[in-house]
Design a protein around this ligand. Structure first.
Ligand code: ATP
Ligand code: MG
Length: 422
């Protein structure tokens, strides 16, 4: 039998997992310093949630969802994105009555049936944030600032921030009318999808990847020119709040975002390194979604960032992530003392250190080699004599210097002498 991981999925082997842990921990740490708390939502939801929450004219809903019937014939869908599930949880648990604003972050795998390309998988991971309850422009500027700080902290440079405002439902109607007027004469030359989009949601025509349609989109009217006074003011304030943080951006009136629930601010962080689509991260304000899904009127803003694309960007910029560090101590042993070595390692680990011993019954010589290969900080050979006398010789791998100390004192010794101690 030739069993392989399904098309579009991949195994994350230890080396890559270490890199991901680094990226994830940096994100978690930053989110916590910004006052965001983690939320985890189910891997699948009732299909209806995504149809209503993401929008039935979006590509995600129309083409990309993994939808199936369960044994009791309910239609379920593997989550293609995080926001809909988080909003569902927000409503279900009455979080509108929690202290506002509610600031959440998540780290979740997503599933989309898409054509495989560079940076495009069928199962991929997103890091995201959602802020509920704040309609102020500073909330938009905070989540954008968090991302900017994240990239800077990773040492990434030159990722372009593009922002736009797509208005509110009121000014959008005027804009849709302008779009239809623009597209109507060209409609016969457009793709089948766009024919449907024309009636359902002409905004989506701007996002079409077909050559002829995307050329037309370049000349289409832009929402920015149709903003109502409130939306205009909000956008100005977002920009001022970004300026104050020293964040550079480009106003790109062509950003529309693929999802239906966005209002006002939309943004993307883009780079040439992450595949044809170029987007590492996308987000925006979605003031209408909580109400749309049956909750109260609660404004919200957030983003989702693709981890695989982030990794492509790191690689392209030549930023090598720290490898798994070696143990503070490797304890080499003989068959008579292997359990003593294990017990000593266990006690060091309980003291907050890292330690490894041989589980393979290898010769001391082979164990020394293994310790060297894994980059151990110190090594100790534990023979019967050491066990009996309660003391041994600890050698620092970096310079070969040795010291004889009590086994009971090794924990303290390592804490005082190990590499990179605070
Ligand atoms: P794209 O233009 O690449 O299709 P999108 O607009 O569908 O992106 P969002 O739904 O906004 O993307 O998702 C946010 C982020 O998730 C993207 O910026 C990207 O980094 C990542 N992402 C989206 N789809 C995939 C995928 N199939 N594989 C890997 N990462 C993805
Ligand atoms: Mg997409």
């Amino acid at each position: 039998m030739d069993l392989k991981a399904p098309r579009g999925t991949k195994d994350i082997l230890p080396k890559e997992a270490t890199k991901r842990q680094y990226l994830e921990r940096a994100f978690e740490d930053l989110c916590h310093r910004y006052g965001y708390e983690e939320i985890r939502v189910p891997t699948f939801e009732y299909t209806e949630l995504f149809v209503r929450g993401v929008g039935d004219s979006s590509d995600v809903v129309r083409k990309e969802m993994y939808t199936f019937q369960d044994k009791s014939d309910r239609s379920l869908t593997l989550r293609p994105e995080g926001t809909a599930g988080v909003v569902r949880a927000f409503i279900e648990h009455g979080m509108a009555s929690w202290p506002a604003p509610l600031k959440l972050w998540y780290k979740l795998n997503m599933f989309r049936y898409e054509k495989m390309q560079k940076g495009r998988y069928r199962e991929f991971w997103q890091l995201g944030c959602e802020v509920f309850g704040a309609s102020a422009s500073t909330a938009d500027a905070e989540v954008i600032g968090l991302l900017d700080a994240y990239f800077a902290g990773l040492g990434l440079e030159g990722i372009r921030l593009e922002i736009n405002s797509i208005g509110c439902p009121a000014c959008r109607e005027t804009y849709k009318a302008a779009l239809r007027a623009y597209y109507e004469p060209e409609l016969p030359h457009m793709c089948e999808d766009c024919q449907v989009r024309f009636t359902r949601n002409p905004l989506r025509m701007l996002d079409c990847k077909e050559d002829s349609c995307s050329r037309l989109a370049e000349g289409a009217p832009v929402q920015l020119d149709y903003l109502c006074d409130d939306c205009k003011e909000h956008f100005t304030l977002v920009r001022q709040a970004l300026d104050k943080q020293g964040i550079h951006y480009l106003v790109n009136p062509r950003i529309v975002r693929g999802l239906d629930y966005y209002t006002r601010t939309v943004f993307e962080f883009v780079s040439e390194n992450v595949g044809t689509q170029g987007s590492i991260c996308g987000g925006g304000r979605y003031d209408g979604l909580v109400h749309e899904l049956g909750g109260p009127d609660v404004p919200a803003v957030g983003f989702a960032m693709g981890v695989e694309r982030l990794m492509l960007e790191m690689e392209a910029q030549g930023i090598t992530l720290v490898e798994k560090p070696g143990p503070d101590l490797y304890i080499a042993s003989f068959s008579a003392t292997s359990a003593d070595a294990l017990a000593l390692a266990a006690s060091l680990i309980r003291q907050g250190l890292s330690a490894e011993t041989d589980l393979m019954g290898r010769s001391v010589r082979a164990q020394m080699k293994a310790a060297d290969r894994m980059g151990a900080g110190f090594i100790l050979v534990l023979g019967e004599e050491e066990v009996t006398s309660g003391q041994g010789t600890i050698r620092k791998m970096a310079d070969g210097s040795e010291e004889t100390i009590l086994l009971d004192a090794i924990g303290t010794y390592l804490k005082e002498n190990k590499e990179g101690k605070p």
